[in-house]
Design a binder for this molecule. Structure first.
Ligand code: AMP
Length: 392
C-alpha cells in the first residue's frame, strides 16, 4: 500500500474557484501547503493558497513545472482537457484519475458509464446529427431536455423540448453542438450523495442532501434530505457501487432525481466536492473538503456523521444589484455562517458565496439560512457608499 502524503507536503489543485478555495482552507488547517493552477490572477483559491501558478490548462510545459513542485494533484474544476491530467500524471499522482475526469466531463460518456455499471438514468439518446435528433425524439419522447454533451454546468447549454416539432429549434439554440437528449423526469425531489473512497478502498458516504433549484441553479440545500430510509439506502447503494466500480480515489457527488416509491435515477455526477455538500463544513464532523484532502493524501477517511440539521443558501451575483449587500444583517441571524468566495465581479447567476445555518430542526435551519440571505438586500436609501477604487 502506498504511503500516505502527510501534513507538510504540498498539494496541487487544478482550478481556482470556490471549491479549490474551501479545499485549500481545509488543507492548510491540517498543515499542508497548497499550490493552485489557474488561468486567471487573484482566483478565489489562489487568494488562500501558498502559490498560484497562472497559465492556460493546455500549457503542458507549465503543467509539468507545476506538477514537479507538488506531491499530488487533485482538481476542483473538471472542464480541463484530458491531456492536462495526462501530462501531470507523468510526474505525480492525479486523484481522482484523469480517466474519471474524462468520463464525467462529458454527459454522454457519463451516461454510458452509468449504464455499463447497471445504474439507472433517465432515458437518453446521443444527438450528433439531425437524424440522431429525430430518432432520439422517437425513442425518448417529449417532453425532453436537450443538453450539450460537454462543458455544461448550472443549466447552461440546456433546452427544454415540449413537443417533437420543437426539437430542431432546441438544437439550433445550443449551437448544434454534440448533445444528449434526455426524457424529462417528473421527480418528487432532487437529492445528492457526497461520498469519498480512500486509497485503501474504504468508502464514506454523507446522508443524502435535498436540493432545491431556481433557474437550473442550486438555490438551497437541506441536510438531511426529507426522504424515507429506503430511498436514502438506495442512494447510498448506488454511490457505493459507483465509487468502488470506478476505483475512485477522492470525493464524488452523485445527483439523483427521486421519482418516488424508492425509485432513483442518477442525473449527474461531479468528480469532486459539490455545492450541495458545502453545508458539511458546519453540519458534519468532517467536511467534504477535509474528506477530499484525506482521500487524495491516502489518510483514513473522516466521519461523515451529522452534527445537526443544516441548510445552505447560495448567494448569487443578483444580490449585488442594488449595491453592496449588508453582511452584518446576515450574521445577526442565529446559527448562520457566512462564506464569501473573494470574487470581485458579481454577475447575475454567478456563485459569489453561501450561507449555512445549523439549528435543532431542519425547518429552523432552512428558515434561518433563507432569512439571512434575504436580510442582506438593503432597503433603498439605506445603502452605504462603497468606493470603487482603492484608497490612494
Ligand atoms: P443539470 O445541469 O443536468 O444538473 O440540470 C440542472 C437542473 O435542471 C437539474 O438539477 C434539474 O432541476 C433540471 N433538469 C435537468 N435535467 C432534467 C431532466 N431530464 N428532467 C427534469 N429536470 C431536469
Amino acid at each position: 500500500m502506498t504511503d500516505p502524503i502527510l501534513p507538510g507536503a504540498t498539494l496541487g489543485v487544478l482550478g481556482g474557484g470556490q471549491l479549490g478555495r474551501m479545499f485549500s482552507l481545509a488543507a492548510r488547517r491540517m498543515g499542508y501547503r497548497v499550490h493552485v493552477f489557474v488561468p486567471q490572477a487573484d482566483s478565489p483559491a489562489g487568494q488562500v493558497s501558498d502559490h498560484e501558478e497562472r497559465a492556460a490548462y493546455d500549457n503542458l510545459d507549465a503543467l509539468r513545472h507545476f506538477a514537479a513542485g507538488v506531491d499530488v494533484v487533485t482538481f476542483e474544476f473538471e472542464n480541463v482537457p484530458a491531456e492536462t491530467a495526462a501530462a501531470i500524471a507523468d510526474v505525480v499522482p492525479v486523484r481522482p484519475s484523469g480517466s474519471l475526469l474524462h468520463t464525467t466531463q462529458h454527459r454522454r460518456r457519463e451516461k454510458e458509464a452509468l449504464a455499463a455499471a447497471g445504474v439507472p438514468t433517465v432515458r437518453f439518446a446521443r444527438v450528433e446529427s439531425e437524424q440522431d435528433l429525430a430518432a432520439g425524439l422517437e425513442r425518448v419522447g417529449a417532453p425532453a431536455v436537450l443538453k450539450t454533451a460537454a462543458w455544461g454546468y448550472d443549466g447552461k447549454g440546456q433546452e427544454r423540448i415540449e413537443q417533437p416539432e420543437d426539437g430542431l429549434a432546441a438544437w439550433d439554440a445550443i449551437g448544434r453542438a454534440p448533445a444528449v437528449l434526455e426524457a424529462f423526469a417528473s421527480f418528487e425531489r432532487e437529492i445528492s450523495v457526497v461520498g469519498a473512497r480512500g486509497l485503501d478502498g474504504s468508502v464514506a458516504l454523507y446522508d443524502p442532501f435535498e436540493n432545491l433549484h431556481a433557474n437550473h441553479i442550486l438555490d438551497v440545500s437541506l441536510s438531511p434530505a426529507r426522504v424515507d430510509p429506503r430511498t436514502a439506502e438506495r442512494a447510498h447503494e448506488i454511490a457505493r457501487t459507483l465509487l468502488s466500480t470506478w476505483s475512485v480515489v477522492g470525493v464524488f457527488c452523485f445527483e439523483f432525481f427521486d421519482l418516488g416509491d424508492g425509485e432513483l435515477v442518477v442525473n449527474e455526477i461531479a468528480p469532486r466536492p459539490h455545492n450541495s455538500g458545502h453545508l458539511t463544513i458546519e453540519g458534519n464532523h468532517c467536511s467534504q473538503f477535509e474528506q477530499q484532502v484525506r482521500a487524495v493524501c491516502g489518510l483514513p477517511l473522516g466521519s461523515t456523521e451529522r452534527l445537526a440539521p443544516a441548510a445552505m443558501a447560495n448567494l448569487l451575483g443578483e444580490l449585488w444589484a442594488d449595491g453592496a449587500p449588508d453582511w452584518a444583517a446576515a450574521c445577526a441571524v442565529p446559527g448562520v455562517h457566512l462564506h464569501l468566495y473573494g470574487k470581485d465581479e458579481p454577475r447575475p447567476g454567478r456563485k459569489m458565496g453561501h450561507v449555512t445555518a445549523v439549528a435543532p430542526t431542519l425547518d429552523a435551519a432552512r428558515e434561518h439560512a433563507e432569512r439571512a440571505r434575504a436580510a442582506v438586500t438593503r432597503p433603498a436609501g439605506t445603502r452605504p457608499i462603497v468606493s470603487a477604487a482603492p484608497p490612494a
